[in-house]
Design a protein around this ligand. Structure first.
Ligand SMILES: *Cc1c(COP(=O)(O)O)cnc(C)c1O
Length: 372
């Protein structure tokens, strides 16, 4: 018997990846950073590869090494690297590295020497996000240094890439501007004598809506997990994660009863209260207090009062509810339950954050679907 669980349907991940893969002639990098957006990095990676993903994308070196330790041999790119990391371990493990700057390129060259094998690099240009990547001004110097290191046999420039600003707004003019800057950056790559095999730019939103940005490789993350990068659209994706818990206790209380810390909710009439054992330690946002949607007994309800560290309360009116009943916070929507999108809307965030929050360790993660 379980108390609370996060179920992850690996077949849904497979379906989503297969669908994304068939919608492009580019290769596909399934992004499995942040523990696979809370779905479990290694199982999500295996399901994605099973469904035709060619690459895996992660944020940190540790994540990349974790994929290798799990025995995954597919190409892996790790792209967010602080100075001083043991990059030689990544090079030795065949983890491709994203390069945003000359100092990091120098560390990668050093790591290649130490690993006695050329680092596989993806040079990143900042086309407008002003986050990772070299500015257009710094780009020629980075290209020149990378071309020299490649000529010296120290590194292999495998890719050139960038990242979009407006994932959630198709048609935003910034996207076109970024694409134009990327093309300029690619022209400079050519002038520097580099011929990287992979040019890549598209996240989920661009993979789904902008085929002109696919180049040689697309990098969808959220869409692999069945969630839409664009609020209000579904793209026929199947959400993979369900978060649910069994009611621990019910009680009948009179009208005017204050509920949970601070009594921010008061019953308007006599009511059956149900205690649900999931709280902010498990991923439920505390600002879901009085707004988070939960399905209990086929009825969509709203959290009553504050979300606590471990639990929250539902006012179920006169509905018969009992300890052991299943309260579903979000899932596939197939049974009328809320979606992660509904939680995002209720709490002023994005579906990405909702599912990623539920990747925490206290709630057991259970996998459905074929385990690759
Ligand atoms: C997270 C991430 C992605 C995937 O973005 P989605 O919007 O989830 O598809 C792609 N590329 C980079 C660089 C990222 O950080």
């Amino acid at each position: 018997m379980w108390q609370a669980e996060v179920r992850v349907d690996l077949d849904a991940i497979r379906d989503n990846v297969a669908r994304l893969r068939s919608g492009t002639s580019a290769e596909l990098m399934a992004v499995v950073k942040a523990d696979g957006y809370g779905h479990g990095m290694v199982p999500a990676a295996r399901a994605a590869l099973d469904a035709g993903a060619d690459w895996l994308g992660v944020c940190t070196l540790d994540e990349g090494l974790g994929l290798r330790r799990a025995g995954i041999t597919a190409p892996v790119l790790a792209w967010l690297l602080a100075p001083g990391l043991p990059l030689h371990e990544g090079v030795a493990a065949g983890v491709d590295l994203g390069v945003p700057s000359l100092p990091l390129l120098d560390e990668m060259i050093e790591a290649s020497r130490r690993a006695d094998r050329p680092a596989r690099l993806h040079l990143k240009i900042d086309t407008g996000l002003s986050r990772g990547g070299a500015t257009v001004a710094d780009w020629p110097a980075l290209l020149e240094a990378a071309a020299k290191a490649q000529a010296d046999g120290l590194v292999e420039v495998v890719g050139v890439w960038s990242h979009f600003v407006y994932a959630d707004m198709p048609g935003h003019p910034t996207t076109d501007r970024q694409l134009a800057v990327f093309h300029e950056g690619l022209a400079m790559v050519e002038r520097a004598g580099l011929r990287p095999r992979y040019r890549h730019l598209a996240n989920s939103a661009a993979t789904l809506t902008r085929p002109d940005t696919h180049f040689d490789l697309v990098r969808p993350g959220i869409a692999c997990y069945g969630l839409s990068p664009i609020p209000g659209e579904r793209f026929g994706l199947r959400p993979a994660m369900t978060a649910r818990a069994r009611v621990t206790l019910t009680k009948r209380v009179p009208e005017g009863t204050g509920v949970s810390y601070g009594h921010t909710y008061t019953t308007e009439r006599a009511a059956n209260l149900a205690v649900v054992p999931l709280g902010y330690a498990d991923g439920v946002p505390r600002n879901a207090s009085n707004v988070g949607p939960v399905q209990l007994g086929e009825v969509r309800r709203t959290i009553s009062g504050r979300v606590c560290m471990d639990q929250f309360v539902l006012d179920c009116g006169d509905d018969p509810v009992a300890a052991g009943d299943v309260a579903t916070l979000f899932g596939t929507g197939e049974h009328g339950e809320p979606l992660a999108d509904d939680w995002a809307e209720a709490t002023g965030t994005i579906n990405y954050e909702i599912v990623t929050r539920f990747g925490g360790s206290r709630v057991p993660r259970v996998f459905d679907g074929e385990r690759p």
